[in-house]
Design a protein around this ligand. Structure first.
Ligand code: HEM
Length: 349
């Protein structure tokens, strides 16, 4: 996993070589990076192979978030479908066809004798489970496609946004950028990051946590109430969906003090438990309980590798073109992008 992430970051950095001192749009840059990382590590393919799937998932996400809070009348929605719903169904079918092509390619390699297994990456494990001879362990085609879609989306867009918001904060808070860089150079010198060193990155962990608190990509969780339950003053009936917002707790002065909206990463200096005064529900950017994010460790490692390699090479300043405008499209994204200027470290010396 680490070599594939490093190779993807190197590709991005090579492209940046010609853009030194010029403005770049970080959100778009990280979009390519995170798409490449998830394609390589999870599906054993390249960004280009998954490009259409990412584009269709993007469209589908916009439709879902626009319709999230609209009321539906069950019988009517069976008889009449809105343009959005029809478009969603068309996209779902196209995504399924594309994913199936990738799956088929993997199966064909085994059938043609090119390789003797479906592979050990995530796609390989899924294809294995789809062909499991034991019916009890076998997954359906629908499940296989749904899992691939989840990983394409959950694995890309989240880290994309997180990296972009971190770069914004580091561009504004030059002192923390410098401290983060010093830590990276102390641990890795000018070598590529490695897992042993990544585990020692204390300041970078604080930077990531404070960004996740203020601008965590996933602000809304989804839960279904399975039986009537009293929640504080509310009596929740069975069979309703609720959307708990972690952002409300992440920005609650009761837990975080009067400077709750400020980027103050000192609060994480002694870890998450201390920062939250041992209240697990005060900080849960990756969700809570048995359905919490399965990609958390992956996301943290990817973020730390990308940031380390950037900080080793560049100082980041905010471009005057930047306009702050976060928007929620299932994840929290910078509507107008994040424009920054990168100066190579050597030329500053
Ligand atoms: C900064 C990065 C990320 C954040 C903030 C994040 C956050 C979340 C959150 C809040 C949930 C819902 C948890 C709940 O309902 O309790 C979730 C679920 C999930 N995430 Fe992530 N995630 C990130 C990165 C990733 C990555 C890189 C992957 C895959 C490689 C991934 C895969 C998943 C999957 C498969 C689920 C669904 C789990 C389930 O339903 O059981 N996530 N994530």
């Amino acid at each position: 996993m680490t070599p594939a992430i490093i190779a993807s970051v190197e590709t991005m950095l090579e492209k940046w070589n010609g853009r030194q001192g010029k403005e770049i749009e970080a959100y778009q840059e990280f979009r390519l990076l995170t798409s490449e990382v998830i394609s390589r590590t999870t599906f054993g393919s390249s960004y280009l192979e998954g490009e259409k799937i990412f584009a269709m998932l993007d469209k589908s996400t916009i439709i879902v978030s626009q319709n999230l809070s609209k009321t539906r009348i069950p019988l009517i929605s069976k008889l009449w479908k809105s343009a959005d719903l029809l478009e969603s169904e068309k996209l779902a079918k196209e995504i399924q066809d594309r994913v199936m092509k990738i799956v088929k390619k993997r199966e064909d390699k085994v059938v043609n004798g090119e390789v003797n297994s479906f592979g050990n990456d995530f796609l390989g494990l899924l294809v294995n489970a789809y062909h499991d001879s034991d019916e009890k362990n076998r997954i359906s085609l629908e499940d296989l496609v749904a899992e691939c879609k989840t990983f394409y989306f959950a694995g890309q867009e989240t880290v994309n946004s997180l990296l972009a918001w971190i770069v914004l904060h580091l561009a504004i808070h030059g002192d923390w950028q410098e401290k983060g860089r010093r830590e990276v150079v102390d641990i890795f010198g000018n070598q590529n990051p490695h897992l042993e060193g990544i585990a020692k990155l204390k300041i970078m962990t604080m930077i990531i946590n404070e960004t996740l608190r203020l601008y965590g990509p996933k602000t809304v969780l989804q839960r279904t109430v399975i039986r009537e339950i009293q929640l504080g003053k509310l009596l929740l009936p069975a069979n309703i969906d609720i959307l708990p917002l972690n952002i409300g707790l992440h920005r609650n002065p009761h837990f975080w003090g009067n400077n709750v909206h400020h980027f103050k990463l000192e609060r994480f200096a002694e870890g998450i438990a201390k920062a939250t005064n041992y209240t697990a529900a005060a900080f849960f950017p990756f969700g809570l309980g048995p359905r919490s994010c399965v990609g958390m460790t992956f996301a943290m490692i990817e973020t730390k590798i990308a940031l380390s390699m950037i900080l080793q090479r560049y100082t980041i300043t905010l471009s005057p073109a930047y306009v702050h405008s976060p928007i929620l499209i299932l994840t929290r994204q910078p509507q107008n992008g994040i424009q920054v200027i990168l100066e190579p470290i050597d030329s500053n010396a």
